[in-house]
Design a protein around this ligand. Sequence first.
Ligand SMILES: *[C@@H]1O[C@H](CO)[C@@H](O)[C@H](O)[C@H]1NC(C)=O
Ligand SMILES: *[C@@H]1O[C@H](CO)[C@@H](O)[C@H](O)[C@H]1NC(C)=O
Ligand SMILES: *[C@@H]1O[C@H](CO)[C@@H](O)[C@H](O)[C@H]1NC(C)=O
Ligand SMILES: *[C@@H]1O[C@H](CO)[C@@H](O)[C@H](O)[C@H]1NC(C)=O
Ligand SMILES: *[C@@H]1O[C@H](CO)[C@@H](O)[C@H](O)[C@H]1NC(C)=O
Length: 481
Amino acid sequence: MRILAFLTFTSCIALSQLSSAKSSSHQPGVVQGEKKCDEYMSYEECVKQAAATTAKCRRSNSSHLNVDKICTDFDQKLKKLCSAHSGKASCLECFDKLEEAVERCKNLSDMIHCKNNITATECEEMKASLISYCSSKECDVCKDLYCRNGGKCAGPSAVWCTCPAGYTGAFCQKKGKSKCTAKPCKNGGTCIGDNRCKCPPSFYGAQCDRTSRLGTKENPAPNAQAILDAGESQGSGMYWIQPPNETARAETYCDMSFAGGGWMLASYGYVHTPNGNVNNKDNKAIPNMNNPFGYSWLPNRRSSSNGVINLPHGAVKIANNANYMIMAAGNNPASGGIDQYAYVYRIFLSKNPYKVTFLNHNLFNGGQQGRMHVTKFVVEALKGESGTYVRFALGEALGVTWSDSYPTGYGFNDKNSTNANFNKGPFFPSVHSGSGRSPCSFCTPTNFKPDVPGGNPHYTHRGWYTANGYGKTGQTSVWFK
Ligand SMILES: *[C@@H]1O[C@H](CO)[C@@H](O)[C@H](O)[C@H]1NC(C)=O
Ligand SMILES: *[C@@H]1O[C@H](CO)[C@@H](O)[C@H](O)[C@H]1NC(C)=O
Ligand SMILES: *[C@@H]1O[C@H](CO)[C@@H](O)[C@H](O)[C@H]1NC(C)=O
Ligand SMILES: *[C@@H]1O[C@H](CO)[C@@H](O)[C@H](O)[C@H]1NC(C)=O
Ligand SMILES: *[C@@H]1O[C@H](CO)[C@@H](O)[C@H](O)[C@H]1NC(C)=O
């Protein structure tokens, strides 16, 4: 990834040189700085280099994991970084502050070797943190002194210069028509690329025409990653989302920092005791995740209870638009992010060829030969355990079932079979347990729409499963990205 280092730090290095010039005497430094700023890589050049870097990434064999997906994600991130860097051209004020960032960036880049020695995941995380760190180092003060060719700051809190006709760029340093003629920047925003505006505080969107942030009730996001990508994240917490093809919005907890952030809580449950008691009311299996408008959704009051996001199709649309799933369990937090849990597993979903329905997948339904399809998944243990595991689930359910339907739940096992006795997970009990052709026996059945006529919300058999064992108690939670 040598090209990455070059790409990422061309701007940083230029800034660093300028900042030492500035320290010798204030005014001459600034003048020198203005001149040097023309040397910034253009957005187009940056994108070209990003493409070359991505191509190199694709050629690396660094792991058995989904290199193609990682490289595509990486490509997207690089393109965003390019916008940020082209924007940095106007950041004369920022030189001093950036010096440390520059050093940190360099240090991080030295640590990235996308070679066979490091797993693709480590590489991905390292790059993600590096990129988000570097991108966050933007300057937010505009000074008329820095605007050229008659440009002026749009106001005291404006970010970049507003340019007269015939000039463009954050500094108005470039001749030519604005690249935002098709979609002009509003409210003092500045054109920084093809129909891309940099907005002053409290304005949002590609044209700076929104006053509501992405992820609010007025402006729900398609997913949590989109909020991060738009630079409108307020950190981990509650956001409004409306997945593609979903007909209404819902509020959920989004973890914006764990493993790159962008994780949306979709459901949770609780295992009080793993002894298999069918009527223990303290056990709260995860409700079926296709329940219309979810179930008892209280994402900030999770402890000792169960819930599914209150979207019209439950968690179905979220899951079908996700590339990753996280199963996090252990401890019993009321709210908060993935780090609250003792065990965390990340599952790669993008190679699942089946459409997720979350329909009943117990022995009498999807878990019968010829109905749902056994699919191979890669499960990575991120906390509590370590290692990467090949596991199986019914692709349509993201779940597995025991050979007599007790237990059935979400997650994975090590059996390449539609139903089986199993000792390895990760696996969380669901209300599908017991719901057969008739309601569950020896238990108080509960009906869940659309297809769990008599599920058992209390049966846990062996508690929730880790990747290597079972008998665990505490909260269970399912997240998507
Ligand atoms: C990738 O793997 C193949 C097969 O294992 C090997 O022949 C090739 O040299 C590897 N390429 C790189 C860049 O490591
Ligand atoms: C960068 O690395 C050097 C040498 O390892 C270290 O002394 C320095 O503190 C690091 N800088 C930052 C900002 O992390
Ligand atoms: C892999 O890493 C180890 C130690 O971190 C090092 O000794 C070894 O030379 C590396 N191998 C390759 C192929 O880079
Ligand atoms: C939305 O629904 C349409 C029609 O069912 C489908 O073709 C399309 O792939 C869906 N889009 C997404 C993003 O799920
Ligand atoms: C799973 O079983 C199917 C059918 O028996 C077989 O074709 C496939 O290779 C198996 N997959 C793995 C990873 O063992």
